[in-house]
Design a protein around this ligand. Structure first.
Ligand SMILES: [Zn+2]
Length: 475
């Protein structure tokens, strides 16, 4: 068994392996017949050498390129060496260009309910012996165990003998099995979708979600936008009619079809006449965060609201009549009404200094953040996974779930914010800023983000010129 790992332009070739040794069969693959006659009917490898089509099928240009490389590898003599990043362009393969008449004929089969490899092979004009030959001569044929309805297999058959099989396990990945004598070489190829910039804008009349949907944004993009601006805008309290937003991201397209979206690249949110701008920046280490165009982090050290889209049911009030005790007792926090079981998130990175029952607070968690800050979360129905005193939590991590333990009339989160030992109103307290782009990284930051901001401006201008055409729906 020889295993070679190599990289082709842009996409990895995984486990380009030559399976040696016969008698390797797959348990999950069913055979109609494995009698010796059937096996004897398998032709020896007398077929002409396989030559890749010079012209790639428009449907899968990269995959085709990958196949031609697989062939180049398969055609090499016994010793297979790691490939030195060949460029899979037709013109770089004169042998192929000079034989344009040898076009590979592909035959596609779609996996149906109840199918197994044998039934699909039968439809393609092959038989159980071919299934056996492939699965026993390629370790990677294991992947074929996982076929499920809707996937496709492409067959290349010459004189009744399987030369190549392409198993499209998803829209973006496929495995190729290429005959080399009586064995099969295998490789996986990953396609990159085409990216198309997409710009959307809207004005809030009743709710952020409705406005987002009207602007053609998916719920997940709306959530993404709310998360980006969630540090500056309280989407529970601050939203007003007339607030507006602009969002740019890349749509992912494959074979002319919209298959998904990339993350938001640039966005603006105008809340009560104050405009916040954000742009996505990927650091050298690969982490991506959102910054203002000036390079200030959109993140603060704390989340303003530790529960998603809850409603404030009781404000911070030092002279409130307690609903259960029915006497004046300071309400030293903010109550967020939310259904029982709603996740409660750590408002900032910190250390758990209490996780357990605490009198009228019921099941409560207290976090310490740096030297000066503490946050308290009360009336939980249960704690988050792994939440124990002494452990550290990351901002946004689920520390518990909304409930009504302790002195509570109904399910809600009682949330307290303490600064230097004094309780403060979590809704109005000034939250500290997170790190901005350091001076020495500013040039790189500008180089990466300014084109995105300029592009959003261009797309917005184009939209105005086009006369506010109807927004398309996005995934
Ligand atoms: Zn409360």
């Amino acid at each position: 068994m020889k295993k070679v790992q190599s990289t082709l332009r842009g996409f990895p070739v995984l486990n380009l392996a030559i399976a040696a040794g016969l008698g390797f069969a797959l348990g999950a693959v069913t055979f109609n017949s494995t009698d010796s006659n059937a096996i004897a009917s398998v032709k020896p490898s007398e077929t002409e050498p396989v030559v890749a089509a010079a012209k790639a099928e428009p449907k899968a240009p990269k995959a085709e390129a990958a196949i031609s490389i697989a062939k180049a590898v398969a055609a090499k003599p016994a010793q297979v060496e790691p490939q030195p990043k060949p460029v899979p362009q037709p013109e770089s393969e004169p042998a192929l260009a000079s034989l344009p008449e040898l076009r590979v004929e592909w035959h596609a089969e779609t996996v149906k309910r109840g199918d197994n490899l044998s039934s699909i092979f039968q439809r393609a004009g092959l038989d159980a012996a071919d299934v056996y030959e492939l699965t026993s001569n390629s370790k990677q044929a294991k992947a074929l165990r996982k076929i499920h309805p809707g996937q496709t297999l492409d067959f290349h058959i010459v004189d009744g003998q399987l030369q190549e099989l392409r198993y499209n396990s998803s829209r973006l990945t496929s495995q190729h099995f290429v005959r080399k004598g009586d064995k099969f070489t295998t490789m996986e190829s990953v396609r990159e979708p085409e990216l198309r910039p997409s710009y959307h804008e809207g004005t809030i009349k009743s709710s952020l979600f409705l406005a987002g949907q009207n602007a053609g944004l998916s719920d997940s993009l709306i959530m993404e936008m709310a998360n980006i601006f969630g540090w500056d805008v309280d989407f529970v309290l601050d939203i007003r009619q007339g607030d507006s937003f602009k969002v740019m991201f890349n749509e992912k397209h494959l074979d002319g079809e919209h298959i998904g979206n990339g993350p938001i690249l640039a966005a603006e949110f105008t809340n009560q006449d104050k405009t916040f701008k954000a742009v996505r920046y990927t650091h050298k280490d690969g982490r991506s965060h959102y910054y203002t165009p000036e390079g200030y982090s959109m993140r603060k050290e704390f989340l303003r609201t530790p529960v998603d889209f809850a409603r404030i049911s009781s404000h911070f009030n030092l002279r409130r009549k307690h609903p259960v005790l029915n006497r004046i007792r300071a309400h030293k926090g903010t109550d967020y009404a939310a259904p029982r079981g709603t996740p409660i998130r750590a408002a900032g990175d910190g250390k758990i200094i209490h996780a357990g029952r605490k009198g009228g607070y019921g099941k409560a968690v207290i976090l310490k953040h740096g030297g000066a800050y503490k946050t308290l979360y009360a009336h939980m129905s249960k704690y988050g996974k792994g939440i124990r005193t002494g452990k550290r939590v990351k901002q946004g991590q689920i520390i518990g779930y909304v409930g009504s333990t302790g002195l509570a009339t109904g399910p809600h989160l009682h949330y307290e914010f303490h600064v230097n030992g004094r309780v403060r109103n979590p809704v109005t307290v000034k939250l500290p800023k997170a790190k901005s782009i350091p001076k020495k990284e500013r040039a790189r930051f500008n180089k990466e983000t300014q084109p995105m901001l300029a592009q959003m401006g261009d797309l917005q201008a184009a939209r105005v010129l086009a006369g506010l055409e109807k927004p398309r729906n996005t995934l």
